[in-house]
Design a protein around this ligand. Structure first.
Ligand SMILES: [Zn+2]
Length: 809
């Protein structure tokens, strides 16, 4: 490299070249490319061990899976090697991680610090850049704006990263919230490798505010109760070893604060729930720090310091794993045997009813396959437990076509974490969501059983009919899953003219519910390729039924006007300063990757230039920005435009002239709320400062699942069933609207899962989840709970499609 490590940031391709160079010149290093990012950058894993181990790498891997009960054959404890996974800069602008990975590979390849001894019983797996697109966004920008001389003045432009920043990947997703959901290509590719290797120790390298000293685990409360005593103890063991090095150098550090172990989608929790010791390391620095920045004690925090600290904990982690290899391997083995024979949680099996929409069950199975969680069916005919959404213990029937996930499997803990109806919190101070149970997320009717159910592994889906009869009167597609919405999007993109049913109908003895999509021959006389386009969709799995007559047995005849034409959405959304990059990224990713449907993204400053006649749908993402040209937008809506406001973006329309949305339904409500706030301020004047964060818990609702009532007659609710489980990620709330339709909403009695503070829950009574307001020929759809949050709420994504395709037609 033409510079010393720490003198400047390394572009991603140079980082890749460096690792390849080391691999070519060291007998202790092998490298694989395990995938590519959205921007086609390589994702690398680098294996470092003794020559002998590298020659036996595949045998070591298989033996390790045997230790976990995840490969056939008996494990050999004596030949087993300890596996350490080092994961750098998942947040791309926390770039000192990737920079330090080069120091680490250099030290390991040259045997520095006695490391060649460690490599005899240890395989180190380095992921030098977990998020290459974000890392490149940051380093490329930084190298453009910084000069030859280091400038540590925090006010300088090189310390102020422009929107959207390098933390996130191409689609602005935080990859360290995506381990359990694997919505992003980087996560999918990486975790496939992770599951092939199942490391014993995983360390994840981050950065935080520049003033903070170094953080390493042991973590803070809350701990998930399925984390074993051994896992906690070994976090301590690792921490103590790091402290030795930091004490010697006089480097500041802290442990047991701030970073908890609960939400399963971080690197540390995810690996904990897979039998490893998961560690988070946080260096002070981040995007703001650049190559160097003045901090308040007068010192300059330099990139070289940040690299030295991360390199130190990296090597110390390997050392402590190597020194304790025997007990780590043994405990790893015990962890999986225990999990399989005696799963820790109250629920021992999860039963997904076979009469749920097939596509929803399939989507769930795709996720389970990615997690390596096994599933199947059973010959048992009943069990006892609880129905999701209820808290009452009950007996329930099981049928042959029910999908059953038994907790008696090696990945018991992960399965229980993802399926338990409620996760018990030992402490409520967590900064992330507290419920994520998959049957809620996927909109599945399901039960959690309290006793073992024997499962025959494998679950067959009926092959969908790929033939399509010619010359039918209509072709219909049921509307109950995201999968249906993908086919509808495809059909619209192909120029077809679908309609949807506003009420149920029965034809040929088959019932079709409201929302059912129809392709009528009468609408396509001018499209000669009508049949061949539909046949193509059918061949891909659209599951269309050909209906020969429009004369129905119940409901409206198919030729009637009560089947509304679905207007093809011409969609615009907003990017730029102030827009939440997460929110925009969720929208962008949903359209491009999930629906494969076009969307135009306009910079917030260019909204004034938009020719609104070219669009009929505006999606308003969350963020702190103002919607300029509001008058133009309002008249566009009255002329037939549709606004979909997502999450907190709903507030851009609250209490504004021309919109029905009110924070409080009656003005007295607003007065009461203000009085309440004043009273609380007075009451708490003399509370000790030291407990303030904890006392605030009663106002907290960082994320919980609420059962919402559904108006099944409104298009926003088609296909959802009678209840919708909504993921609420804050306390922001709007009372039921007048002069608008409250399609999905909370009532007096709240039924929720996860942690919600008492004051916070009181504010959520009688509030909206999704509502629609008509304005002239157009409409405004308020989705107060972001249905696209982290892209993992499958049923939320489906509800969003109701807003996109059906509502307002
Ligand atoms: Zn981070």
């Amino acid at each position: 490299m033409p510079y010393n490590l720490g003198d400047q940031f390394t572009p991603h391709h140079v980082l890749v070249n460096y690792f390849q160079h080391v691999a070519e010149n060291s007998q202790n290093v092998q490298i694989i490319e395990y995938g590519q990012t959205n921007e086609n950058r390589p994702l690398l894993l680098v294996f470092v061990s003794s020559e002998e181990n590298l020659a036996n790498l595949e045998a070591i891997r298989i033996n390790n899976l045997r230790l976990a009960g995840l490969a056939d054959g008996d494990p050999d404890l004596h030949s087993a090697k300890v596996i350490v996974w080092l994961s750098y800069s998942v947040h791309g602008n926390e770039a000192a991680g990737s920079e330090s990975s080069m120091q680490v590979i250099f030290d390991l390849a040259t045997g520095a610090n006695g490391s060649s001894e460690w490599l005899k019983n240890t395989v180190v797996i380095i992921d030098p850049s977990v998020n290459p697109d974000g890392y490149n966004r940051y380093t490329n920008w930084y190298n453009q704006v910084s000069g030859k001389l280091l400038n540590p003045q925090g006010v300088g432009r090189e310390h102020s990263e422009p929107w959207p920043g390098g933390r996130v990947n191409h689609y602005y997703f935080d990859l360290n919230r995506d381990w359990a959901w694997q919505t992003q290509i980087e996560s999918q590719r990486r975790i496939a490798q992770y599951n092939k290797w199942l490391p014993h120790v995983l360390a994840d390298f981050h950065e935080m505010g520049s003033e903070s000293p170094y953080y390493f685990a042991p973590a803070a409360q809350p701990f998930h109760k399925y984390i074993t005593e051994w896992q906690r103890q070994f976090q301590d063991t690792i921490g103590v070893n790091h402290a030795r090095y930091f004490d010697k150098e006089g480097w500041g550090y802290f442990t047991k604060e701030t970073f908890d172990l609960f939400y399963p989608s971080y690197a540390d929790t995810y690996s904990m729930y897979n039998g490893a010791i998961g560690m988070t390391y946080e260096q002070g620095g981040g995007g703001y720090a650049g190559r160097g920045v003045k901090i308040s004690n007068g010192d300059t925090l330099r990139l070289a310091d940040r690299i030295a600290h991360h390199a130190t904990t990296s090597l110390s982690t390997i050392e402590v794993a190597s020194v304790n290899a025997d007990s780590l391997i043994l405990k790893f083995n015990t962890y999986f045997t225990d999990s399989q024979n005696n799963p820790p949680g109250e629920y021992k099996a999860y039963v997904i009813k076979g009469d749920n929409p097939v596509a929803r069950i399939k989507a769930l199975c795709t996720l389970l396959d990615r997690q390596g969680i096994s599933y199947g069916h059973t010959s048992a005919t009943s069990a006892s437990g609880i129905k999701y959404g209820s808290r009452e213990h009950t007996n329930f029937d099981i049928s042959e076509d029910d999908l059953v996930i038994s907790a008696f499997q090696p990945r018991a803990v992960l399965a229980q974490i993802l399926f338990d109806p409620v996760s018990e919190l030992q402490d409520s101070l967590t900064y992330d969501i507290t419920c994520w149970s998959l049957p809620f997320a996927y909109g599945l009717e399901a039960y959690a059983a309290t006793s073992k159910i024997d499962v025959v592994s494998g679950y067959e889906f009926e092959a969908s009919n790929t033939d399509l009869e010619k010359n039918a009167y209509a072709y219909v597609m049921r509307w109950n899953s995201l999968e249906n919405a993908k086919y509808l999007a495809r059909a619209l993109d192909l120029g077809l003219k679908p309609r949807f049913a506003n009420k149920r109908f029965i034809v040929n003895g088959e019932e079709y519910k409201a929302g059912t999509v129809l392709f009528m021959r009468q609408d396509h006389h001018h499209i000669p390729s009508f049949y061949s386009l539909l046949a193509k969709l059918q061949a891909n799995g659209a599951n269309l039924n050909a209906i020969k007559t429009g004369f129905v047995e119940s409901g409206k005849d198919l030729g009637s006007r009560s089947y509304s034409l679905i207007e093809k959405p011409k969609v615009l959304t907003i990017a730029g300063d102030g827009v939440s990059s997460y929110s925009l990224g969720q929208i962008w990713h949903f359209f491009e990757v999930t629906l494969e449907y076009p969307i135009t993204i306009v910079d917030v400053d260019d909204l004034g230039k938009v020719d609104w006649s070219k669009f009929n749908t505006l999606i308003v993402p969350e963020g702190y920005y103002s919607l300029k040209s509001m008058d133009k937008i309002k008249s566009w809506v009255r002329g037939g435009g549709k606004i979909i406001a997502i999450g907190s973006a709903v507030s851009k329309f609250a209490d504004k002239e021309g919109f029905a949305l009110k924070k409080y339904a009656e003005t007295s409500g607003e007065g009461d709320a203000k009085k309440e706030i004043e009273k609380e301020k007075l009451d708490t004047r003399l509370h000790a400062y030291s407990g303030s964060r904890r006392r605030n818990i009663s106002n907290n609702a960082t994320g919980a699942v609420f059962e919402a009532k559904v108006d099944t007659t409104h298009p926003l609710a088609y296909g959802l069933g009678h209840h919708y489980y909504t993921l609420k990620t804050g306390t922001r709330s709007y009372e039921h609207l007048t002069d608008a339709v409250n399609a999905v909403y909370l009532q007096d009695e709240l039924n929720y899962f996860g942690f919600v503070g008492s004051k916070a829950s009181a504010k959520l009574v009688n509030t909206i989840v999704f509502a629609e307001e008509q304005s002239g020929r157009g409409s405004i759809i308020y989705m107060a709970d972001n249905p696209l949050f982290r892209a993992f709420w499958e049923n939320g994504k489906f509800a969003f499609c109701n807003a996109l395709f059906l509502a307002g037609n």
